[in-house]
Structure formats: C-alpha cells, structure tokens
Design a protein around this ligand. Sequence first.
Ligand SMILES: Nc1nc2c(c(=O)[nH]1)N[C@H]1C(S)=C(S)[C@@H](COP(=O)(O)OP(=O)(O)OC[C@H]3O[C@@H](n4cnc5c(N)ncnc54)[C@H](O)[C@@H]3O)O[C@H]1N2
Ligand code: MOO
Length: 407
Amino acid sequence: MSLLPVAEAQGRLLGHAKPISDVETVSLADGDRRVLAADLTARLTQPPFNASAMDGYALRREDAPEPGAKLKLIGTSAAGHAFDGTVGKGETVRIFTGAPVPTGADSVLLQEDAEKIDGGIRTKYPIRQGQHIRLRGQDFDENEAVLAAGTVMDFTRLTVAAAMNHALIDVLRKPLVAVLATGDELLTPGSDLGPSQIVASNTFGITALVHKAGGNVLDLGIVPDDKVAITTAVRRAQAAGADVIITLGGASVGDHDLVQATLVTAGMTLDFWKIAMRPGKPLMVGNLGSTHVLGLPGNPVSSLVCALLFLEPLVRKLASLPPVKRDTMVEAAVTLASNDQRQDYVRAKLAKSSSGKWLAEPFDKQDSSMMKVFAHADCLIIRPPHAPQLPAGSPCPVMLLRPDLLS
Ligand SMILES: Nc1nc2c(c(=O)[nH]1)N[C@H]1C(S)=C(S)[C@@H](COP(=O)(O)OP(=O)(O)OC[C@H]3O[C@@H](n4cnc5c(N)ncnc54)[C@H](O)[C@@H]3O)O[C@H]1N2
Ligand code: MOO
C-alpha cells in the first residue's frame, strides 16, 4: 500500500466531517467557548432608561447658558432609586452614575463643576446640551440580534448575553470522542508495574487536546490485544453516541496489531491507512456509520502528532470552531538534513536570536517513543517529502505545540 500525503489525508478526513447541529441549553456560567446555535436577541432595551454617566446634577441646559447660573436643589436620583418628580425651570436634582435622568432634565453637570450654595448649586463651567447622559437604547434595542448564530462565546459575549437578560443560551452539542487504549502491556499511571508492563500515557494527552478543541471525552480505558474486548469497547462507544472513536496502539502490522481487522469485522469502512509522515505512519481512518474512526499509533509522540494534525481539526470542525493556527515560519538554527519520502515533524526548541528572530533547533534524538523530548519541545519543524538540505539561517516552516508561544 502506498503512503498517502499528509495534506491529502487531512482533506479526505475533513471533507467527510459534518458540523454537529444538535442543540443543548446551558447556563451562562457554563457558556464559555460554546458556539451559539441560533441568533441571540436582546430581551430588553439597554440602557432601559436615559441614565447619568457621572455623579453630579441633572438640569435643563437652557437654565444654565453661561457659567454662574444658580439652580435650586429639589431631590435626588440614585441607581436603583429614581427621582419621580419633574425638573422644572431653574431646578436641579442631585444624580449619581447609572441613575435615571429625571423627566425635564436634559443634561448632567459633573459635581466637580458645581459649587454648592445655600439651597442649591452654582454652575462653574459651560454645559453642552445632553452631556453625560447615556440615552435609552444606545447600547442595544429589545429584539435586536446582538450575537449571530455560530458566535463562539467568550468573556465579552457572555457579559452581553447576561446584559440582554438571558440566564440560559442554546449552543451546539460538543463532539463526543471515545478514547480506547489497546495493548496487553498497558497499565494506568500509578500502578505497580510488572516485568514487560508500561504505563498507558497517550490517553491523557489526547484527552487534553480534545477538551481544548471543544469536545468531550468518553474514556473507554485500556483493553487487551483481544478482538472481543476491542469490539465490546467499540460497541460501548457507539451506544454512547460517540462522534469519533480513537484507538491507541495496535495500528501497525505486527501479529498483535488487531485494531483494524477487528473494526472492519465490527462494520468499519476503511478510508485510508498509512500516511507519508514521520512519526505517525500507521495512522488509520475509517467510519462506523456516521462515527469517525481514527486509529492512532501506540508510540506516544506518533499518537500526539497524529492527533494535532488530524484529531484537533476534526473535533473543531465537528464543533463549528475555527481551526487553530499552529503553522508559522521561523529560521533554522542549524543546517537540516535532506529528507526522504515521509513528511517529517522534527521535535525542536525555539529561541530568540540577538536580532529578535525566532530560531528552531532540533533535538538530537527523535525517536517517537521519547516523551521527555516531546514535552521539552516548543514546535515541530516540518520537513516536506524529498526536501533538500536546508542551510542554517534559512526560513523554516514549523508547527507550534503551544499556539500562543510567539505572541
Ligand atoms: N514491521 C513493521 N513494524 C512497525 C512499523 C512498520 O511499518 N513495519 N511501523 C512502526 C511505526 S512507524 C510505528 S509508529 C509503530 C506503531 O505501532 P502500533 O500502533 O501498532 O503501536 P503498538 O505496537 O501497539 O505500540 C507501539 C509502542 O507504543 C507503546 N504504547 C502503545 N499504547 C500506548 C499508550 N496508550 N500509552 C503509552 N504507550 C503506548 C507500546 O507499548 C509500544 O512500545 O509500529 C512500528 N512498527
Ligand atoms: O512513524 Mo512511527 O510513527 O515511527 O513512530
């Protein structure tokens, strides 16, 4: 079987992915990073009344055409406690920020610009008609669609949703990703390991990536290299309504690599297997009905690189979230060797040069089982298939492991 180029494999996977349209209702407190399922319209006009923007005095501009006008104090309007009379000729009302502007008044004088006199105030500065008043509806009107369907909620949008008097919002259901680790050798972290046993670590990185990409995880745990056990776990995922099933390990060609055959027997249609990339060559993609199936290699670095390139964009597309921008250009800190037919993702550190340029320096050891190197890396240098040697100082494409690193 020939190896599929990375971009073609990504295109095929994402080409089949349809954004989830199921709707659920959540409280605003749970609304961060959720995607609005429908336009959100205001349930009230904001501000609901003409309100003072300052602490001072409400008055009629025509009563103070010049500094030095004397006005009689007839009452107080505070936030939550309106003055219910009318400001007449030559009168003023003490007013505080956020309080309703009383009927009759058309301007607010800052308290710093007023001199207190017996029974009232004297204005010290010229007054502009309408100054320091927030007009009713200047922010938004009742029934106005302030946030459009598809908006990703965040701190500003949650605040305006609350101001629109919504306690609950309708959002798109999050994709559910079932994660299944396979392998007789695997035990959960913290276990007492016997000879030839290792810790199953990949699930934790995959889970974090799925959460960041806007999905939920159903952890199916660890199952042995056994067709019945794998099938049982896959049926559990289907019964739970998983949108994506991730298998970890058993993706290659060994006698214990049963995942693909088991899934095909369980009804999976294989779309493609084996990608022209390093690490991650044995990646398998198929579907079980409407459920996407991604078989990731067992080697931790391979599984996480595959997850960055395939799972993260898939989950974000299903969740109607925009792709994460991870690709950028830096400079090669050292000369990079020519490449073979597999697109290489080389674990590298980023450092700023004295002239302010970002330089990528690969780690010496690149084995796809080496998690420490991956954890210390900032980026993956992308070496396209058959790339010639790249001299130190040349522009060099990288994929950032933490997208805000260079900002
Ligand atoms: N004859 C060939 N052998 C291999 C090929 C090949 O083309 N021909 N491909 C190699 C490549 S490339 C990779 S990558 C690996 C991937 O193999 P599998 O997906 O079948 O992975 P396993 O054999 O199950 O495991 C590989 C390695 O990773 C450990 N592992 C597995 N699951 C986990 C987990 N959840 N957490 C942490 N570590 C895990 C496992 O113990 C193995 O050490 O195949 C090459 N072989
Ligand atoms: O390509 Mo594998 O993914 O060597 O580690």
